[in-house]
Ligand binder design. Structure first.
Ligand code: SF4
Length: 387
C-alpha cells in the first residue's frame, strides 16, 4: 500500500477528495503526519472514523522504526532501519513511467547516525541502500547498490528523532543519484505545511557527479536536467562536496566517479551559482599521511577552488580494528571492511595543511572523528545483514 509520508499538501488534498472527503482533510493529514508525527490512523482524532477507514483501505502512514541501536562511548548513536528500497527502471525517459515501472525490492537495511554535540544534535541520513560510487576508502562502497530510498524512507529516519537541530545527507548513498526522492524529502522538510525546517540547517553531500535525469511530469515532458543543477535551483540547502584529493589522477585512484566526471567540471557548474550569501559550499577532505596532506596538495586545492567562497573540512581517516562491534546481531565480517589504503595523517601535518589554506583565505577546520567504536563514523556505515 502507498505511504502518505512524503506526500505534499496538494497531493494529500487530492487523496482526501478522491476518498470522498472534504479538501481540508488534506491539511489535517499534513498536521498529523508531519507536525504531530503520528504513526497510525487511530491517532488522528479530529478525522472521522469513517474517513480514517476510507484512507486506511488504500494507504499506510509509512513510518518505519529502527530495529537496532549501538551507542558509542563518545555519545554517537547508530540506528538500523529496515526499509524497502526501490530499484529504478532507467530505460524510460519519462519520469512518471519510470516511477510506475520502479520495483520495490525485498527488505533492506540502512543505517543513520545520531551525533549530539555542544547543544546541537545532527542526524546523518542515508539516501540509498548501499551505493554505486565505489569509493575505495568507504565501507558503504563495498556493499554495492541495493536500491534508492523513497522519500518516506528518508523522512522516517528523521521523524524518529524529535530533538534534531541539523541534518546532513551524508549516510549511505549518493544523493544526486536519487534526486527525485531526495528533492521530495527536502520539500517536505522545508515547507511550512511540512516539517518547516530552515534549509540552512540541512547539508547535502555529493562526490560530484553530473548525472542528468528526466524532470518530473507534467512540467518536464521528457526534458532532462543535471541532478546537481536541480538541487541547486530547487532548494536552498547547503552543499558539501567530497573532494579528498585535488589531483585528478590521484583522486580517480580512490574515487572512480572522478573518471566519469572530473571534479573540475563539477566546480565549473557550481561556480555558476551564488555562494556569497547564506548558502554554504564546503569540501570534505580526508587526510592520509604522505598521500594528500602536504603543502603541494594544499596549493593544488587552492587553485581548484579559486574564486569560490567555501570552507574545507579536514577529516581524520578511521583506522579499522578487527574487534569493532556491530550494532547488528551478526558480527561484522572483516572481509566486508575495505583494507586501510593509507595511514592516517598526524595532527602536525593536518594543522600545517589547515594553516596554509587559512593563510590563503580559505576557511579550514579539522573535524574530530565520531563513533569509530561502533563503525558509525563517516564512510564506515556497513551492514553485515546486507551482504
Ligand atoms: S563515500 Fe559516499 S559516495 Fe563514496 S561509496 Fe561511500 S557512500 Fe558512496
Amino acid at each position: 500500500m502507498e505511504p502518505l509520508l512524503g506526500k505534499t499538501l496538494a497531493e494529500l488534498q487530492t487523496i482526501a477528495i478522491e476518498a470522498g472527503l472534504p479538501r481540508f482533510v488534506g491539511k489535517q493529514l499534513c498536521e498529523w503526519i508531519y507536525r504531530k508525527r503520528v504513526t497510525s490512523f487511530e491517532q488522528m482524532t479530529n478525522i472521522s472514523l469513517k474517513a480514517r477507514q476510507a484512507l486506511q483501505e488504500r494507504y499506510v502512514i509509512g513510518r518505519t522504526e529502527p530495529t537496532a541501536e549501538a551507542v558509542s562511548k563518545d555519545g554517537t548513536r547508530k540506528y538500523l532501519f529496515p526499509i524497502q528500497a526501490e530499484m529504478p527502471d532507467n530505460r524510460s525517459n519519462d519520469s512518471e513511467k519510470r516511477t510506475r515501472n520502479t520495483q520495490r525490492s525485498t527488505l533492506n537495511y540502512i543505517e543513520c547516525v545520531y551525533l549530539p554535540e555542544d547543544g546541537r544534535v545532527t542526524l546523518c541520513v542515508s539516501t540509498q541502500a548501499g551505493c554505486k560510487m565505489g569509493c575505495k576508502f568507504c565501507m558503504t562502497g563495498t556493499l554495492g547498490f541495493h536500491g534508492n530510498l523513497t522519500a518516506d524512507a528518508i523522512l522516517a529516519q528523521i521523524l524518529h528523532f524529535p530533538d534534531l537541530t541539523n541534518l546532513v545527507l551524508m549516510g549511505e548513498g549518493e544523493p544526486m543519484d536519487n534526486i527525485d526522492h531526495v528533492l521530495r524529502a527536502l520539500n517536505v522538510l522545508t515547507s511550512d505545511w511540512g516539517l518547516a525546517w530552515s534549509p540552512k540547517r540541512i547539508t547535502v553531500s555529493t562526490v560530484g557527479i553530473l548525472k542528468a535525469s528526466p524532470l518530473p511530469s507534467p512540467e518536464g515532458k521528457g526534458e532532462q536536467k543535471i541532478s546537481l543543477q536541480r538541487f541547486l535551483e530547487e532548494t536552498d540547502c547547503h552543499l558539501a562536496i567530497s573532494l579528498h584529493n585535488p589531483n585528478p589522477e590521484e583522486r580517480a585512484a580512490i574515487m572512480p566517479a572522478e573518471r566519469l566526471t572530473p571534479i573540475s567540471h563539477v566546480l565549473d557548474l557550481v561556480r555558476q551559482y551564488d555562494w556569497s550569501k547564506q548558502r554554504r559550499l564546503s569540501f570534505e577532505y580526508i587526510c592520509w599521511a604522505g598521500v594528500n596532506d602536504d603543502i603541494a596538495h594544499a596549493k593544488q586545492l587552492l587553485r581548484l577552488v579559486s574564486g569560490l567562497p567555501c570552507r574545507v573540512n579536514l577529516i581524520r581517516f578511521h583506522q579499522t580494528d578487527s574487534d569493532q562491534p556491530s550494532c547488528h546481531s551478526a558480527a561484522v565480517d572483516e572481509t566486508v571492511l575495505p583494507k586501510t589504503l593509507f595511514p592516517a595523517s598526524d595532527e602536525l601535518r593536518m594543522v600545517a595543511f589547515r594553516d596554509y589554506l587559512s593563510a590563503h583565505g580559505v576557511t579550514c577546520t579539522i573535524r574530530r572523528s565520531r563513533g569509530e567504536d561502533i563503525l558509525a563514523a563517516c564512510g564506515m556505515l556497513v551492514n553485515a545483514l546486507q551482504k
